[in-house]
Design a protein around this ligand. Sequence first.
Ligand SMILES: O=C(O)CCC(=O)C(=O)O
Length: 278
Amino acid sequence: MLTQEQKAFYKENGYLVIEGVLSQAELKLLHETIDELVEKAQSLGVPNNLCDFEPVTEGGRKIVRRIFNPFEQAKCFEELASHKMILDAVEDLIGPNIQIHHSKLNMKPARAGSPVKWHQDLPFFPHTNTDLVACLIHLNDSTLENGCLRVIPGSHKLGPLDHRAKDGTFVGMVTEDLKKVDMNTAVNLPLKAGGMVLLHCLTLHSSAPNTSEAGRRVLIYEYRASDSMQLYGTPNNYMGRILRGVKPTTVRLEEITYIIPNYPIGTNIYDLQANYNG
Ligand SMILES: O=C(O)CCC(=O)C(=O)O
């Protein structure tokens, strides 16, 4: 359960850091499972539906950048999505009826990890209301050198920002609207392995490239209130699975205007952002 102070901090800032959610034993099991998935992914080559690769190689070997949909790649990831401490915190932020929306595992490997530029999550997958929260579970220590998460506190109050290039193409990062934001207010969130960041779906965030010798694996679950319905976005086999509470009988609308994100379904954030050159 979150304290009143934690709930108030999230409401004001659009994020919340919680340390010590996972034990060393839990982390070990997750890393072992990921190592197996990486082996499998490297033998598959591109394109495949298990993972995406960094644009650079190392010693002739492909480097895994992201594992898609870990929720359905291994039982331990499906189970972790319903971890009591995580769902208790999510319930305090978006209410008792909780569905999984999607999951991903960002590997940010040593020396090669790609940056993620400033963006909000919801413009990728507009919903009828804004009760969606991402839970970023840190499987390694994250530091300034290996590309820890950065946020703009309070930016969730700006509403959906424009993520399009001048020609109207959705490029997966905030473009002209970044001028509305005071970038001096950005906060780095280094965190010990086992901790998590809860992120409002409209909070601006990014992370730098990994220039260090230490990998930075972050497992992400996006949760939504069950009465929030997706208007656009890439579907998956488990989207809408109820993790807590009851089946929705109503859908709730907030007055909110979105730009329809015209990216081809299935495209990922790294490629969208890489294609933008101002
Ligand atoms: O891995 C990160 O540092 C940021 C991840 C993120 O924002 C995303 O994948 O949408």
